[in-house]
Design a protein around this ligand. Structure first.
Ligand SMILES: Nc1nc2c(c(=O)[nH]1)N[C@H]1C(S)=C(S)[C@@H](COP(=O)(O)OP(=O)(O)OC[C@H]3O[C@@H](n4cnc5c(=O)[nH]c(N)nc54)[C@H](O)[C@@H]3O)O[C@H]1N2
Ligand SMILES: Nc1nc2c(c(=O)[nH]1)N[C@H]1C(S)=C(S)[C@@H](COP(=O)(O)OP(=O)(O)OC[C@H]3O[C@@H](n4cnc5c(=O)[nH]c(N)nc54)[C@H](O)[C@@H]3O)O[C@H]1N2
Ligand code: SF4
Ligand SMILES: [Mo]
Length: 733
């Protein structure tokens, strides 16, 4: 493996002997980094990640995952040839591309013929580049003709996306650059553990505090992020909706509203006001466990600040009421006149590398490129025009991610999976694993042999971040060029090449180019005029400008001579109007409601789940990096000393956590930094410590987001024989 001089198209190359400028494979911060030949020439890949201080978002800082990302490029870590399940041995065995592609195309065609187009499913991921997400959606709708496509982003920011669209008419995670955070006067971080999930972003929070701004963190755990806070509110998991309504109640009761803003920039206030007034501070204290004086202090800090922001992450979002919960936080921001004002407003911290772009270009069940709606006749006509097909031939909206996984082996019989590892990351994972096994045929495109790929009939080895060029859209809505910096091992193809080859075998010789820039140029046209308009963005431009913020329409007259100057892109949204038909932001009247599953006698505790610093998601990539495994070797159950005492358990003792879906076993981690009624598990591991053996698949009615962040459990000491390893599937499945 070496740094490839001919790696990137010349127009977008940014290389020097010191390496190639590119971006991290992992989270939505999309830190800038440089990949260069390793100083000692050794290392397992001959490559090393170095700082790239010129990129303005992370300014050179990287977390341990980014710093070690080159290790996943090593040939012995990643897949280097297709695998096909042998009829005789039942095992996955190496095969040629021709055979593997032939089997996949054959299965897709046969299922379509025998059971209809909707019997074929596609499951994508928010880590895929814009080009891949676009091509995957187009492949599903045109080549397969199926409505059954969705992706793991449904498990991620979908509730905030739905609430943002409902209130503002458009969903862009942050409507302002992240750097604005450092200059606001009060920041409320709701269910974000930034210090572990986006460490370089913590510097903006530190600057905020150095500038005299206040930080409020809302999290049932005293996380590394909460430790930075001026005020830490620790509500019971699943009660943020009541908390936000309680704060709005106090803002009204204490006359801290921005009435002029409410009159001129919003609609729907009277109904939202009535809903909030039903949430008395004392009632909110009873529901959330947050004492009234802390509620008052939070309302005071937020309402009295000149500029103020609320940022949510997965903590309040991954619930069966996530959309309404985010809606309640937005209502608080609107009532106090924040969105669309300088250094103020509401934003959601998108999670995956291309979490933002991945939900804009058509791999989502209800969506066409440019963040257009699949059920909008004008959107269908526009995109069908770009694709050269009859709009009537495009299928309608399909099922959401969990519903699609739940239908596998039922009316969906063949699945193409690219960019997700649901055996580890889906809710109610033992059931999902069963559904995957029940398929007639499973094809997986992946970089490594993930737990989900192990179940496949055919595994296609694909290139990853630094082995290919493509664009991602960061949590700021900044469209970035992630450059190719190394040649992939021989025998590996890009996802775009795989789709091109499959399309050709299924009768589409044209329309699925493998060149990413060509795909991007088509995506630009498909997005033109849509909410997420990329038409004025080109590879050349992003390369020169450290990214361009959408919307960025192409000025009339195109790019040629005599054309108008290019659109600058949109760093800050909503300054003059919101993206609703009347330009006003919409209050939504929301009321608190309980979680789908509340504790009872049999399951008296709450389980919440999330992340640790040194592992990423299902762990498919990071569990293959030595340094990260040493830092975070396995799952654990975080619990309060009082609960540990009741159980007679000490730090490190094996605990069994049991829910109505199943059980999981992991060592105790005793800490005062968690509520005594709650236990926490990270979800990065498979096997007996798999947190998702426990989680509930209750869905938000609007976003269809599963309730990853709260379910009822009981905890026992795992005595010998208490839970045999591999027993994760009982009691429900
Ligand atoms: N190290 C690391 N970084 C990552 C990732 C990773 O896997 N590992 N994944 C990336 C992705 S895709 C995402 S989506 C982001 C997620 O980033 P975060 O949202 O910051 O991560 P989580 O740990 O899932 O959840 C954040 C916090 O929510 C709290 N929480 C749990 N239940 C509740 C509740 O009911 N209310 C409130 N207010 N808080 C609650 C948890 O205690 C946790 O500290 O991280 C990205 N960055
Ligand atoms: N209990 C619990 N469960 C959760 C969450 C939680 O907080 N709690 N969070 C949820 C959230 S926010 C998310 S985002 C999901 C994420 O969970 P997953 O969807 O499982 O995400 P990853 O582990 O990132 O899986 C990505 C897979 O794609 C592969 N891959 C990487 N790059 C490429 C590429 O370019 N092409 C292809 N074809 N494959 C590629 C990787 O090797 C990996 O196997 O987990 C969800 N699950
Ligand atoms: S914070 Fe996110 S983007 Fe930055 S280095 Fe870490 S994983 Fe990569
Ligand atoms: Mo996510």
């Amino acid at each position: 493996m070496h740094v490839s001089p001919a790696a990137a198209p010349s127009s977008v190359a940014a290389q020097s002997p010191s390496g190639t400028d590119t971006h991290c494979p992992y989270c939505a911060l999309q830190c800038g980094m440089t990949l260069r030949p390793a100083a000692d020439g050794a290392g397992r890949t001959g490559l090393e990640v170095t700082e790239r201080p010129s990129f303005p978002v992370n300014r050179g800082a990287l977390c341990g995952k980014g710093r070690t990302a080159a290790e996943v490029l090593a040939p012995h870590v990643r897949l280097t040839q297709p695998l096909v399940r042998s009829a005789s041995s039942g095992e996955l065995e190496p095969a040629g591309w021709d055979e593997a592609l032939g089997l996949v195309a054959g299965a897709l065609a046969r299922t379509r013929e025998e059971h209809g187009a909707d019997a074929v499913g596609v499951f994508g991921g928010g880590g895929l580049t814009n080009e891949k997400a676009y091509a995957l959606g187009k492949f599903a709708r045109l080549v397969l003709g199926t409505s059954q496509i969705d992706y793991n982003g449904r498990f991620c920011m979908s509730s905030a996306a739905a609430a943002g669209t409902r209130a503002f008419g458009v969903d862009r995670g942050l409507p302002f650059p992240l750097a604005d955070v450092a200059r606001t006067d009060c920041l409320v971080l709701v269910g974000s553990n930034l210090a572990e999930t986006m460490p370089p972003a913590l510097r903006y929070v530190t600057e905020l505090r150095e500038n005299g701004g206040k930080l409020i963190v809302v999290d049932p755990r005293r996380t590394r992020t909460a430790e930075q806070a001026d005020l830490h509110l620790a509500p019971r998991p699943g009660t943020d909706l009541a908390l936000a309504l309680g704060l709005l109640h106090l803002a009204v009761a204490e006359g801290r509203l921005d009435t002029e803003y409410i009159e001129t920039r919003t609609s729907g206030w009277p109904e939202a006001r009535s809903a909030a007034m039903a949430h008395w501070p004392e009632l909110v204290e009873r529901v959330t466990g947050v004492p009234v004086p802390e509620l008052r202090r939070a309302a005071g800090l937020f309402c009295d600040a000149g500029h103020a922001m609320v940022l949510t992450a997965r903590g309040p979002e991954q619930h069966s009421k996530g959309t309404d919960t985010v809606g309640a936080w937005i209502n608080l921001c609107l009532a106090t006149g924040r969105p669309g004002r300088p250094l103020s407003g509401y934003g959601a911290l998108t999670g995956q590398g291309n979490g933002q772009g991945g939900r804009e270009h058509g791999q989502k069940a209800d969506q066409l490129p440019g963040y257009r709606r699949l059920d909008d006749p004008a959107a269908r006509a526009h995109v069908a025009g770009v694709w050269g097909v009859d709009p009537a031939s495009l299928p309608g909206p399909g099922r959401s991610a969990y519903e699609l996984l739940d239908a596998l082996g039922g009316d969906v019989r063949t699945l193409l999976l690219a960019g997700s590892n649901p055996v580890v990351s889906a809710p109610r994972a033992a059931h999902v694993e069963q559904r995957l096994r029940a398929l007639d045929f499973l094809a997986v495109c992946d970089v490594v042999l993930s737990e989900s790929a192990r179940l496949a009939d055919v595994v296609l080895p694909v290139t990853q971040w630094a082995e290919e060029t493509g664009t991602t859209t960061s949590l700021e809505g900044r469209v970035l060029l992630r450059r190719k910096a190394a040649d992939p091992p021989e025998g590996v193809r890009t996802d775009l090449e795989v789709l091109e080859a499959l399309a050709a075998r299924l009768g589409w010789e044209k329309g699925f180019p493998a060149d990413p820039e060509e795909v991007f140029d088509e995506l630009r046209r498909a997005s033109a005029g849509g909410p997420a308009d990329y038409s004025g963005i080109s590879y050349d431009r992003i390369a020169q400008e450290d990214g361009v913020f959408w919307p960025c329409p192409e000025p009339p007259g195109g790019e040629g001579e005599g054309a108008r100057p290019p659109h600058p892109g949109t760093r800050r949204l909503f300054l003059d109007r919101f993206a609703t038909p009347d330009g006003l932001a919409r209050f939504v009247p929301v009321m608190h409601r309980p979680a789908a599953e509340e504790p009872d006698e049999g399951y008296p505790l709450l389980l919440t789940t999330g992340r640790v610093l040194s592992q990423y998601q299902s762990g498919a990539q990071t569990r293959r990096v030595g340094a990260l495994n040493s830092a975070a070797p396995g799952p654990f159950v975080e619990l309060h000393p009082r609960l540990a005492e009741q159980l007679g358990a000490e730090d490190g003792d094996a605990l069994t956590v049991v829910s109505r879906r199943g059980r999981a076993v992991a060592p105790a981690r005793v800490t005062r930094g968690i509520r005594p009624d709650t236990v926490f598990m990270p979800f990065h591991w498979d096997g007996e410590g798999r947190a998702n053996s426990l989680t509930s698949a209750a869905l938000d009615p609007v976003s269809r987001m599963p309730e990853f962040k709260v379910c009822a459990v009981r905890v026992e000491r795992a005595g010998p024989g208490a839970a045999a390893p591999g027993d994760a599937a009982s009691p429900e499945a």
